[in-house]
Design a protein around this ligand. Structure first.
Ligand code: ADP
Ligand code: ADP
Length: 218
């Protein structure tokens, strides 16, 4: 699971995250909703050890990222879809990631199959559409078969088919008992994707509720 406890992150004079606390439990898709600049990416970056907290904690399975012994086996993330080595094939890209993390090559074929890219495994990732690159990023996040998955705006800019694909994957990960946190600035998208919502604005918690409960209040 994920625990955010009194997390604050400042960049110089900017307070990106401001005393934020919430938990994300397994077996559900939790939407992380808020306008651009609300602090969603910053929270995810601290969870992944890519940024240090100014104060407070962001924990995966009870530990800070730097304390995880085999991080890829505990948490996987899709942060930036553009970040794919264009010259490599999808298979080679994943094999390189797997090898550098002590994960067997057999897993590469499995994750490509899971995200629907088995048929283009030998094609150069540089020629992939945005939706395909998103799915390749998700395949990379799955390499270590982690129980916790973070997706930062995974459907941004995708066509309706691409959105449905990724939504289906996220629902499937939750159904397998994984902890899934997915950020978005669109309530309409989160209504269709998430079971629970953590809503933030200006780095602070606004609401932490089930989607059904929220719908009932409208
Ligand atoms: P409760 O808060 O009593 O667990 P809710 O109606 O708020 O009940 O939650 C509905 C479902 O969502 C429950 O199955 C619960 O286990 C799950 N759930 C509750 N809180 C979280 C959370 N922070 N993250 C993921 N799932 C949650
Ligand atoms: P969101 O993901 O919700 O759009 P972010 O976490 O990206 O929000 O940003 C929260 C705030 O922190 C914004 O005001 C943003 O400009 C600022 N911010 C994020 N990253 C940095 C950084 N590396 N340096 C300075 N300010 C940053």
């Amino acid at each position: 699971m994920i625990e955010i406890r009194e997390l604050t992150k400042r960049y110089g004079g900017t307070v990106a995250v401001d005393g934020l606390s919430f938990e994300v439990r397994p077996g559900a898709v939790t939407g992380f909703l808020g306008p651009n600049g609300a602090g969603k990416s910053t929270t995810m970056r601290v969870l992944l050890g890519l940024d240090a907290a100014t104060s407070g904690e962001a924990l995966v399975n009870g530990r800070r990222y730097v304390e995880l012994r085999r991080p890829m086996r505990e948490v996987g993330a899709l942060l930036d879809a553009g970040a794919v080595h264009g010259g490599r094939t999808a298979f080679d890209h994943l094999r390189w990631l797997a090898r550098s993390n002590g994960i067997g090559t057999r897993r590469v074929a499995e994750v490509l199959e899971r995200v629907g890219l088995a048929g283009v495994a030998r094609k150069r990732a540089g020629g992939f559409s945005l939706g395909m690159r998103q799915r390749l990023g998700i395949a990379a996040a799955l390499l270590g078969d982690p129980g916790v998955l973070l997706f930062d705006e995974p459907v941004n800019g995708l066509d309706p088919d691409g959105v449905r694909w990724i939504r289906g994957l996220m629902r499937g990960f939750a159904a397998e008992g994984r902890t899934v946190l997915v950020s978005s600035h669109l309530m309409s998208e989160m209504e269709l994707t998430a079971d629970r919502l953590v809503v933030i604005g200006r780095g602070r918690l606004i609401a932490d509720t089930s989607v059904r409960e929220l719908a009932d209040r409208f």
